[in-house]
Write a protein that binds this ligand. Sequence first.
Ligand SMILES: Nc1ncnc2c1ncn2[C@@H]1O[C@H](COP(=O)(O)OP(=O)(O)O)[C@@H](O)[C@H]1O
Ligand SMILES: [Mg+2]
Length: 339
Amino acid sequence: MIRDVIAAFAAQLDGYESLDPASSRIVHLGGVWEDRAVVVVFRPRQPQPSFVIKLDRTAIGRRLLDQESTALRWLRETRRAPGPVPAPVALFEHRDALVLAQTAVPGRPFMAQLRRRLRITARAIARDHALLLGWLEEFRDGAVAPADRGQWLSDAEALTLAEQILPTGKLWARRALDDLRRGVDAAGRLPSVVAPSHGDLGPSNVLRHRDGVGVIDWERSHPAAPALNDVLILLHHYARAVSRRRDGTLDTRDVMARAFLRDDALSLETRRRWREQLVALGMPAEADAVALTATILRFAAGQTPFAQRSAGRMWRQIARRFLRAWSATGPVDGALARP
Ligand SMILES: Nc1ncnc2c1ncn2[C@@H]1O[C@H](COP(=O)(O)OP(=O)(O)O)[C@@H](O)[C@H]1O
Ligand SMILES: [Mg+2]
């Protein structure tokens, strides 16, 4: 089946050197299951991969590939991304699958580098955050704007959704809702600005090479999404990546609590970065708690550009566990004060 897809792809290649599917090497990446596959195609005798081909048969997966194709074309036109990103090569139907072919980005997966590290020191965390957030800041540079309120969740809707997500009658849930209401009242609206967004930025979608980083997997990208989405996703994915290695049994729903509420290097650095990013986006540092609550609850309500099958459920669990832990202890050093 994959050979057939590569042959169909090779038949429509123009502008690129011809590809001989029969003598190319094909490496499967990620989970290859019935409805989805990601393969890397190496030309004969080439040490670097040439193309990455993603195909999907599900309705959601097809939509994501379509979005990625649009994003890659937008990236090519605007040249907005710092460092290498995939170029779109082809988008076509093959049997009942949608196929997206793109150029391979050079570099080694950042995730694999993190997994090999023996110790995660405060300095290493600071350096990694600087690397990832540095890319993000450059990417959104000059394109930050106040949110178009009609496009995104209104404050009243956020509260209604939060009321649906959080259990009634629990003290911590009431406190989280009160925080949100007070934040809405104080600011007149939830602090929010929009910017170009990757939508799933984290160590597994970052490739490191000599001159910096390349970013892949643009399926959940949007030209204008709440800028804090990418910041929280990045801090969450990073915390998850470095937590897993130490403790293989870590419950991923507790990653947010570990990242923001503890008294360790990861938490201190994560909180510091959250506030720093808020300020960089022109929001007051004092809005950090309300902005965090609002962003988590928006994810939990499914109000993100990404439409992963289980993302809504996952974030609802994360939101509940995190807000409960926060209500019980509060952040250790008082940063991220409750409003
Ligand atoms: N353009 C690319 N260049 C190099 N490697 C890629 C590229 N696209 C995907 N990959 C590899 O394939 C893996 C899965 O692809 P990705 O686009 O991240 O899909 P998923 O949605 O499954 O995470 C990546 O982690 C990376 O190793
Ligand atoms: Mg990925």
